[in-house]
Design a protein around this ligand. Sequence first.
Ligand code: MV4
Length: 450
Amino acid sequence: MFDKILIANRGEIALRVIRACREMGIASVAVHSTADSDAMHVRMADESICIGPPAASASYLSIPGIMAACEISGAQAIHPGYGFLSENANFVQIVEDHGLTFIGPTAEHIRIMGDKITAKDTMRKLGVPCVPGSEGGVATLDEAQRIGDEIGYPVIIKATAGGGGKGMKVAQSAADLERAFQTARAEGKSNFGNDEVYIEKYLATPRHIEIQVFGDGRGGAVHLGERDCSLQRRHQKVFEEAPGPSISAEERARIGKVCADAIAKINYIGAGTIEFLYEHGEFYFIEMNTRLQVEHPVTEAIFGVDLVREQIRVAEGLPMSFGQDDLTINGHAIEVRINAERLPNFSPCPGRITQYHAPGGLGVRMDSALYDGYSIPPYYDSLIGKLIVHGRDRPEALARLHRALGELIVDGVDTTVPLFHALLQEPDIQSGNYNIHWLEHWLETNLADG
Ligand code: MV4
């Protein structure tokens, strides 16, 4: 059993992990940069250690700094949160080589899913439905043309190491293929040092539906339904909900079982997310994330589970505290990501918080590391809070979101809150009628400079 866990992260997710540790009677160690000496995670943890200067590359991403902090504090395990080192297989290897426990999947699973060609090949062999396209990588333009003719246009060329929309190019026709192929390769090479690419049929108007899975590392696994995360801007999620407004109980049970069976077969351990594009009633695997995700609270709300507690349990070698039959959906949950950004351009807006008041009441959860007088540093991402609401059904969750946004006060910086007030007035949002392109289109027509 762990008696001390180090959290290799900052902000709201560091608080999320500290809270789970405290409920389990486990001491927590915060690490921080010199820019975060006054941060809430430092104040809330049982101990804290400064590991470097403001730049993440020299602090939150510094493997020697984090390993030294474990040594000094005597922490036996590391929770990586999301981002930073959470999907770094080399880090996991180093942690294990030092006799410590990484609270997350194995280095091997992270490596497999980090390479998208290998991930897709693995998932296809495990019976997960994938987007039609090349089997493995495509090395030459000739080969790309042959597959393009076979599956039909439009197609999308993706870098195997890609992420955040980088190294992804659509070809509308055969005439367009050479440009897409060469550009995707070049972006893969320059952004990730890997020019390997693959081809898929381009789906024009899908939803982004992701299945939450959880494994015990010994062939036991469950699914916790889906989240619809289609509302994104420049590959950043903005609004997430569970269950997905377009997914039936039958579809959920079917794809959920496929996903749980797949990760059971590979002895996956901990939390994972299997991402799909969903169009015309079909699921098409695109990627798997081997971490706890930002939007995990909507799943926690409808299933009534604590995913971080479960991550810690299975990392300790304990069984999960629930099986598939214990997991039933209760109501509907929505999360909105509140960023310190100025509309209409979403330009980062760091600065001093002169007043902060979190909303409360039935079915409202505010995960935030803000406090009155806190100064948001300019060095990290602009997420300052996640507002999660839970209702008996979707209309109640929407009404509660409207009510909670009205209670929230964040003064001193601009935030994305006005965007959510506007979105809640939209009939398509009220009815759940949106796909991955809806928000970008709405921003173009409604915010002039989206
Ligand atoms: C696609 C696609 C259409 N067809 N693949 C975007 C980032 C990466 N995670 C996968 N992405 C896409 N892959 C095929 N075969 C459209 C996207 C896409 C997207 C996906 C999810 C959420 C938002 C998106 C916005 C633009 C494009």
